[in-house]
Design a binder for this molecule. Structure first.
Ligand code: SF4
Length: 466
């Protein structure tokens, strides 16, 4: 039997779908599987040292940076193991990960490739035992966009849901959160998005019956809120809506949240009441900027005016919007940053924005479509393998300084337990000071007493970021 250890280093506070799904596929081909989520538990050294296959899930930038040390540790402490990295960031960082010691790199719809690799390793084990890592040159596709027939993830091998982020409700209650994916990839080509270099404008669905079975198991394990991790829940609206209707039919008390782009929300506005009526507590939407030039460079497919329209639409319908931003880009001006804060204040959105959003700095990753732009090539430095990005410096030193100040203010505000409004006010004061405004000139959004009454917005205790 092949001993496989599947490792996740970080998945934004969610019980990792990728690990559960990989475990189900490996068990089906006869491997003995151990899962370790280092975000919430310790690595079992014995299992690690005895593993024939060590497979690391790399769905995001932070996870990949954390995993690089583990590849080196595997080489050192279990040199006979076959090391596989899989997920979105595995494919885009292939050459660096191979240099570190990864033998197989699987991106996109990775499960079938991982299962095929395990079967090959089992077939070749006598040879691997004679000194190699088994498997020979990789035969599985680096990026698979195959339409897989999914299996319900093997979540019994993962830490319990209580160990992960919770939903904070208005009543002060914390609800256990389950995490599912009903689709992967995306049919859009936003330039800054890490999904694009891998999926190149296509998305793949997880079959409805598989998603529903996964949901039932998580409800049985205690989930009272479900977070859908699809890059965009409305890439296939009929698929997504069919799932939430069935979910609501079976579990009418269950709430959920989804991520949908501005363009889809406006175009599919007729479906928004259905989201509201089936228990959708909030919709995360990557607004990114209120500067139309930046939105154009990112190829977001919406404008600042669309965003304002969306805010009004959500209020009319009674749905909660949770906008996210890339607040610091090489094209963000000091005026533009202040304009964002003032827009959020005038649209009465301060309570709806997680403070971490004010300090998100654009990551230019390997394979990013941003590299196609002369505007990007003019400001980036050579690829930094340690950081897994093309570093950039803002042409206006005041903006980079403000980023540092905002990051520090955010940390301080959070460590003091300040409200979203208090943190916003701190950050607004910094932004106006960076522009050189005198205290008396600063507008109402920097002063607590001058804002409309606060509204509580439900949120996950670990905010989304890349
Ligand atoms: S819509 Fe969202 S997931 Fe799709 S390419 Fe754009 S940023 Fe990425």
């Amino acid at each position: 039997m092949l001993n496989a250890v599947l490792i996740s280093t970080y998945d934004s506070g969610r019980q990792p779908f990728s690990l559960g799904s990989a475990a189900a596929w490996l068990k089906r081909v006869g491997a003995a599987v151990t899962c370790v989520d280092l975000a919430v538990e310790q690595l079992c050294q014995d299992a690690f040292r005895q593993a024939d296959l060590i497979a690391l899930s790399l769905p995001m930038h932070t996870a990949t940076r954390l995993a690089t040390g583990l590849i080196e540790k595997s080489r050192r402490e279990n040199p006979a193991a076959h090391i596989c990295v899989f997920g979105l960031y595995a494919a885009i960082n292939e050459s660096y990960l191979r240099k570190l010691g990864a033998h197989s790199v699987l991106g996109g719809e990775f499960e079938a490739g991982l299962a095929a690799l395990a079967e090959r390793l089992m077939a070749e084990r006598p040879m691997a035992g004679a000194g190699g890592n088994g498997g020979g040159p990789q035969r599985e596709p680096l990026i698979s966009l195959a339409r897989q027939k999914f299996l319900p993830p093997e979540r019994s091998l993962l830490p319990p849901l209580e160990k992960y982020a919770h939903l904070q409700t208005a009543s002060g209650e914390q609800r256990t959160v389950g995490y599912v994916e009903a689709s992967r990839g995306c049919k859009h080509l936003c330039r800054h998005c890490p999904v694009v270099p891998v999926y190149q404008g296509v998305f793949r669905v997880v079959q409805k019956e598989v998603v529903l079975e996964d949901l039932r198991r998580q409800v049985a394990a205690g989930a009272r809120h479900i977070s859908f991790g699809d890059p965009d829940f409305f890439n296939g609206p009929a698929h997504g809506l069919g799932i939430v209707e069935a979910l609501h039919g079976e579990f009418p008390e269950l709430t959920y949240d989804v991520t949908i782009k501005v363009e889809h929300l406006l175009r599919q506005r007729r479906h928004l009441p259905l989201l509201r009526d089936t228990g959708c507590l909030f919709v995360t939407s990557a607004v990114e900027s209120v500067d139309n030039r930046v939105l154009e460079l990112l190829a977001k497919g919406h404008t600042r005016e669309d965003f304002a329209e969306l805010v009004r639409l959500f209020r009319r319908i009674g749905l909660q919007l949770s906008p996210t931003f890339v607040t610091f880009t090489p094209w963000t001006t000091l005026e533009g940053y202040i304009e964002l804060l003032e827009t959020l204040s005038s649209l009465e959105l301060i309570d709806q924005v997680a403070p971490v959003q004010y300090a998100i700095r654009l990551l230019i990753t390997a394979g990013s479509k941003l590299l196609e732009l002369a505007e990007t090539r003019a400001i980036i430095k050579d690829f930094d393998e340690g950081e897994l990005v093309y570093p950039w410096v803002h042409p206006d030193a005041r903006v980079d300084r403000l980023f540092q100040q905002v990051s520090a203010a955010l940390q301080e505000g959070q460590s003091l337990g300040e409200s979203r409004r208090e943190i916003f006010a701190r950050i607004a004061r910094l932004a106006y000071a960076a522009r050189g405004d005198a205290d008396g000139m600063r507008p109402a959004c920097t002063a607590q007493g001058m804002l409309p009454p606060a509204v509580f917005v439900p949120y996950l205790t670990e905010p989304w970021y890349c």
